[in-house]
Design a protein. Structure first.
Lengths: 218, 203
């Protein structure tokens, strides 16, 4: 979706505050981080669904709130959508009915984190493209979750790496289905993306692109 | 969570968002979805145990062990796992090498993708709008915000982490460090150098 999260190339934010701050300036941010990961362990939604939940924040609100408020919004939205909590329960901070879930125990955390969740998956087709191919990204603007940033749509680039097939986020976010899509890294000349570009050097932008986002140049 | 964190301010007035999060935590604990001890364990992991010191050890080994560097550049996930670092948000790793000709820099314009097992959680600026918006469009101006000025002839390659591949920059080893061992080298390597918004320097 063309949400406020798709920030590449936007102007006006001002300089970067590179000073070192703690991960969690406030206790509530620490709580939101831990609640989000701990709820994720229940397996009621996947990573792409949790990204999409954050992306659906109203753009003005997204841009004026801090990072963990995005996470909080996403977590509440997912809990409501899955029918795990009700609006009233969220307002009151109290459960209507006795809990029917079992929390993941502390002792299991390190094994879960160390295992991670690899997204490589067996391909169902042969890759359409090869390293060295010149390609163009499609121009599409779905209202659902996608990992094709706006600033690259319709742009020409060169495939520099093939990663095998990974779970396709667009479908994974929609219905949880693990559909494979070939994944490539594509190099884009900065001047191709931004038009005039000041640097003398041939700066490039390298982006991981799923095969459905690519079209052959005819 | 249990209240044993040093940053917890008991005296400050409770804001709307603090109250909202408190209600949510109470509700989820009551529902049996989360256990406060599990939450503490998660926070402790990423606040105290997993961080950029891991990545620095990988970099220092690559600087001193040519075979390891070769493995790291060809299969970073396996090479990093050799050092004992693996898992969540580092399942598919790639290492990109800075040279006299090319400087690499990593961003996630769409969210905040970052290689947790080697760098820990991302710094605040990495997740903020300004870095995410500008890194791809004006990387040289962004580097100036970090006090880094590159030769105009050096090519910048900005890696936008749009899929589940996570990128770690292998910085250039500074001159005059030939006598240092891996431990001493690892101490020189800072987090920003492994994101590509900094360099490794000896002073």
């Amino acid at each position: 979706m063309n949400g406020a999260h798709d920030l590449g190339g936007m102007d006006g934010f001002g300089p970067i505050d590179a000073s070192s701050t703690p991960h969690f300036p406030n206790e509530w941010e620490r709580q939101v981080f831990a609640l989000t990961l701990a709820c994720g362990f229940q397996g009621k939604w996947n990573l792409d669904q949790s990204r999409f939940a954050r992306e659906q924040m109203e753009p003005g609100h997204y841009l004026t709130s801090t990072y963990y408020e995005h996470w909080l919004h996403g977590l509440e939205a997912l809990l409501l959508k899955q029918g795990i909590v009700s609006e009233q329960e969220l307002r009151e901070g109290k459960a209507d009915a006795e809990g029917k879930y079992t929390p993941v125990a502390k002792e299991k955390v390190s094994a879960i984190l160390e295992k991670g969740a690899p997204v490589s998956i067996e391909a169902e087709t042969n890759p359409e493209y090869s390293v060295g191919d010149q390609v163009r990204l499609i121009n599409q603007h779905p209202t659902s979750h996608t990992r094709l940033p706006r600033y690259l749509r319709g742009r020409h680039g060169k495939i520099i790496h093939y990663h095998g097939a990974h779970i396709y986020p667009d479908v994974h976010s929609r219905d949880g289905k693990k559909q494979p899509a070939h994944l490539y890294t594509i190099a884009f000349d900065a001047a191709e993306v931004w038009g005039s570009y000041e640097a003398k050097a041939k700066d490039r932008i390298m982006v991981d692109v799923f095969e459905p986002y690519i079209e052959q140049i005819v | 969570m249990t209240e044993n964190h040093p940053h917890h301010h008991h005296d400050a007035p409770i804001s709307d968002i603090e109250a909202r999060v408190k209600r949510l935590e109470q509700l989820l604990v009551e529902k049996g979805l989360v256990d406060p001890a599990t939450m503490d364990e998660l926070v402790d992991t990423y606040e105290n145990r997993v961080g950029p010191r891991n990545g620095a050890r990988v970099v220092a080994r690559a600087w001193t062990d040519p075979d390891y560097k070769r493995r790291l550049l060809s299969d970073a996930t396996a090479a990093i796992m050799e050092m004992g670092y693996a898992g969540r948000q580092g399942e598919h790793m790639q290492v990109v090498e800075n040279t006299a000709e090319v400087h690499n820099m990593v961003v996630c314009t769409l969210c905040s993708c970052y290689p947790w097992p080697v760098l820990g959680l991302p710094p605040t600026w990495y997740k903020a709008s300004s870095y995410r918006a500008r890194a791809v469009k004006e990387p040289r101006a962004v580097l100036q915000d970090f006090g880094v000025e590159l030769d105009p002839q050096v090519r910048i390659e900005v890696w936008d982490s749009t899929a589940e591949v996570r990128y770690l920059v292998l910085p250039m080893r500074p001159e005059g460090t030939e006598d240092l061992d891996q431990d001493a080298l690892a101490k020189l390597v800072n987090r920003d150098a492994m994101i590509g918004t900094g360099l490794v320097v000896t002073t």
